[in-house]
Design a binder for this molecule. Structure first.
Ligand SMILES: [Fe+2]
Length: 470
């Protein structure tokens, strides 16, 4: 089946790496190595280490602990053996059965073969005769392996997930650097033990290798579990208050769509998604009689209701991985004119995430049916937002919402609706917005749809499909 995320550039990269691989293999060609039983021994060890790769959360990328074995092969048997073990000792069952796209199966053979050959060649050139250059050769060889391996994976995966290479690297690769560095000396120790004791002594290394693998797996699990915990927390509220079913998820998606139009970084969009899911979590502490009350609230009840941003903040403040989204949850009921709660913050002092959530929250609340009224249509909601711009809402963010509301694809994807704001209405509201206090007079609303790639972040971070692994 065709995978729509595979781009023409992927085939270009594959051809480039395949050509390089062919050239290097031809240059290093050393058929006698195939008669050396040690080659098959290392091939076996590498296959064993790669048999259970660890998935990096939310991506197709995996991490394994085959690196020191492959590097040790190159140190002992030379670059050509390194290339063979790098390319073929890294196959696992999923790849052999083509459960991953064939482009990636071949891509991995080429990049890992090249990484292994380069690391062995550098070690050979600098450190083969031991002496003072030994550690320089080892670390430069290890660095070359990392640069080719991590660099090419970052390039291909950033394309696949439509994110920048810098973002992919920081989010998914940077954390593996200490492990790489720690495994470089292990490659040298393995090579020494092989030379001095023999092949079978190497099996001892599988204990620490599997310990390292376990720590990768735990890291990966921890990230997945954190995300699931946020979704579960958000759902606990919806169980109590069925009228808000799906509200947090829609607010999260809408906030991300607006944040993207505002040009926020992918990292901030991730935080915005989390803050959207959790923005009303403090309502779990509100008595049913108030939470589900159908009529207007008394002053006392309203005061209790207004505690929820602070309570929500108290619940989540210890969760470091939520970063700035904790502050955004706290401030999602502030008003532009300073009349909101809990801080009474005014204007741009309100954190950007709080201002975005305020608009997204109001939009979804007005669009939704309530026991005592039907939901409003989208043009009506846009009018209400413009009426509140400069007093309740940040005018700039209201303008960004108008931008979302004219884009039928985005409205359907984010809010699951088929109505849309007409361009005529959008121009009229845009003009009205300019006359609001602190009105914006920037570029008019356009229908220019963001590219499909631009609208989709990593699964679970952009368009609200948590836990989907492509
Ligand atoms: Fe709220």
């Amino acid at each position: 089946m065709e995978n729509p995320r595979i781009r023409p550039q992927h085939y270009a990269i594959l051809t480039l790496l395949g050509g390089l691989f062919g050239l290097v293999a031809f240059h290093l060609w050393e058929p006698s190595i195939f008669h050396d039983p040690a080659l098959y021994g290392f091939l076996f060890l590498a296959l064993l280490a790669e048999a259970l790769p660890v998935d990096l959360p939310q991506t197709r990328a995996t991490v394994s602990v085959g690196f020191p074995i492959i590097f040790a092969t190159g140190i002992i048997l030379g670059p050509f053996a390194g290339l063979v073990v790098g390319a073929f000792g890294t196959l696992n069952l999923r790849q052999l059965l083509f459960r991953v796209p064939w482009v990636f199966v071949f891509f991995n053979r080429f990049q890992l073969g090249l990484a292994a050959a380069a690391s062995a060649w550098i070690y050979d050139s600098l450190a083969a005769d031991g002496g003072s250059m030994l550690w320089v050769g080892l670390f430069l060889g290890g660095a070359a392996y990392f640069i080719i391996n991590a660099g090419s994976v970052t390039w291909v995966m950033a394309l696949y997930h439509s994110v920048t290479a810098g973002y992919f690297f920081r989010r998914f690769v940077l954390g593996t650097v200490p492990a790489y560095i720690a495994l470089i000396p292990m490659a040298w120790v393995m090579a020494s033990i092989y030379t001095q004791v023999g092949f079978w002594a190497l099996l001892v290394f599988f204990l620490p290798l599997f310990a390292a693998r376990e720590s990768f797996r735990l890291y990966s699990e921890l990230r997945r579990a954190s995300r699931e915990m946020v979704v579960t927390l958000a759902r606990t509220l919806e169980v109590r208050d069925p009228y808000t079913a799906g509200h947090s998820e829609r607010v999260a998606r809408l906030a991300v769509a607006m944040g993207r139009k505002l040009g926020l970084s992918q990292e901030d969009l991730d935080y915005l998604h989390l803050a959207g899911l959790l923005h009303d979590i403090g309502k779990v502490a509100i008595p049913d009689a108030i939470l589900s009350k159908e009529g207007p609230l008394t002053e006392e009840e309203r005061a209790i209701m207004e505690l929820h941003p602070g309570t929500g903040y108290e619940i989540i403040k210890g969760l470091q991985f939520l970063g700035p989204s904790r502050g955004w949850v706290l401030h999602h009921h502030e008003r532009w004119d300073g009349e909101g709660y809990p801080g009474g913050l005014e204007g741009e002092v309100i954190p950007i995430g709080g201002r975005i959530l305020a608009v997204a929250d109001a939009v979804d609340a007005m669009l939704s049916d309530r026991p005592y009224r039907k939901g409003f249509d989208l043009p009506h909601v846009c009018q209400e937002l413009v009426n509140g711009a400069g007093t309740q809402f940040d005018s700039h963010i209201v303008r960004v919402f108008l931008d979302v509301a004219v884009d039928s694809t985005l409205v359907e994807e984010v809010l699951g609706r088929t109505d849309v704001l007409s361009l005529d209405d959008a121009y009229r509201l845009q003009a009205a917005l300019e006359h609001r206090p602190g009105g914006v007079s920037e570029a008019a609303v356009t229908r220019e749809p963001s590219s499909v790639e631009g609208e989709r972040g990593l699964p679970g971070t952009g368009t609200g499909q948590p836990h989907e692994i492509p």
